[in-house]
Design a protein around this ligand. Structure first.
Ligand code: F6P
Length: 324
């Protein structure tokens, strides 16, 4: 293998740049030529592919976003789009790919490998932490810390006014950000897509809590089946029937996707990037390089996207215990 390419795709996450840097520098260290594909699969289809040097990735380890840009490509979902992408890779003589992204990225990579056979190794880049085959995904730690900083600030004003706050964090299908930011932020409740929340029980506890606490924080993952934070707040408010209490909603949104990556994310990203290139050189295909129990693990894309990563049960229990 002489030439490889790297791209970022799907929702960006803090640490993607550190991962790109690691891929580029590991490839050069190992004597490979390395190319950047811009705007994810869109760039593969449009031929937006450029040779990268070691200096191309200088001064990016600390930056959020992705210098390679990101996109969610509709055209790559079509056989015609993938054919164009393949032709562009062949034109540049690319023999291996590192795909940095989440489940959508790996779904595309798996289909593409099955159709055209270009070896691809993934790196888990998403704030959601919902990828099977790695303990943590690149960007998750930063996103949790961003959410925590916001929760701490909201707590100040919640306490000052004796209010109940519903704070919505990201996580369309997964509650990892919600659970860790709820534990770290000392929230009274967390609501996540993985488990059903009994709203009557929430109301009952809120009433009980009011004997000891004057304010409460409820962290809601955006994908919760009871609705978004605004809808959940309305339901709880109508059940609690207490006009003396004020309810507020804060939706944190895309702030969780930006910012300088934490040390943990930079190290994870750098390790995954190196492992992806080493994996390609060693003949790995159609799999993701993740870190489990501090070891590099290569997991087939089919498992990364097909198996569900479970929340840590102890963490949910902790929120119950620590909120008394
Ligand atoms: O997959 C990461 C994620 O941030 C989800 O948590 C969120 O639901 C989604 O992306 C938002 O995507 P977009 O930026 O396209 O609105």
């Amino acid at each position: 293998m002489k030439k490889i390419a790297v791209f970022t795709s799907g929702g960006d996450s803090p640490g993607m740049n550190a991962c790109v840097r690691s891929v580029v520098r590991t490839a050069i260290y190992k004597g490979l030529d390395v190319y950047g594909i811009y705007h994810g699969y869109e760039g593969m289809i449009d031929g937006n592919i450029k040779r990268l040097q070691s200096g191309s990735v200088s001064n990016i380890v600390q930056r959020g976003g992705t210098i390679l840009k990101s996109a969610r490509s509709q055209e790559f979902r079509t056989p015609e789009g993938r054919k164009k992408a393949y032709e562009n890779l062949v034109k540049h003589g690319i023999e291996g790919i590192v795909a940095i992204g989440g489940d959508g990225t790996f779904t595309g990579a798996k289909i593409f490998f099955e159709e055209y056979g270009i070896p691809t190794v993934g790196c888990p880049g998403t704030i959601d932490n919902d990828i099977y085959g790695t303990d943590y995904t690149i960007g998750f730690d930063t996103a949790v810390n961003t959410a925590l900083e916001a929760i701490d600030k909201i707590r100040d004003t919640a306490a000052a006014h004796d209010r109940i706050f519903f704070i919505e964090v990201m996580g369309r299908d997964a509650g990892f950000i919600a659970v860790e930011s709820a534990i770290g932020g000392g929230a009274e409740f967390v609501m996540v897509p993985e488990t059903k929340t009994d709203l009557d029980a929430v109301v009952k506890s809120l009433k009980n809590l009011r004997k000891t606490k004057t304010s409460s924080i409820i962290v809601v993952a955006e994908g919760d089946e009871e609705g978004n934070a605004e809808e959940i707040m309305a339901k709880v408010k109508s059940k609690i029937k207490d006009n003396t209490k004020e309810f507020k909603v804060t939706t944190l949104g895309h702030i969780q996707r930006g910012g300088s990556p934490t040390a943990r994310d930079r190290v994870l990203a750098s390790r995954c990037g190196m492992a992806a290139v080493e994996g390609l050189i060693a003949g790995k295909v159609n799999c993701m390089a993740g870190i489990m129990n501090q070891e590099v693990v290569y997991t087939p894309f089919s498992d990364c996207i097909g198996k569900t990563k479970q929340l840590i049960p102890d963490q949910l229990k902790l929120i119950d215990i620590l909120s008394i």
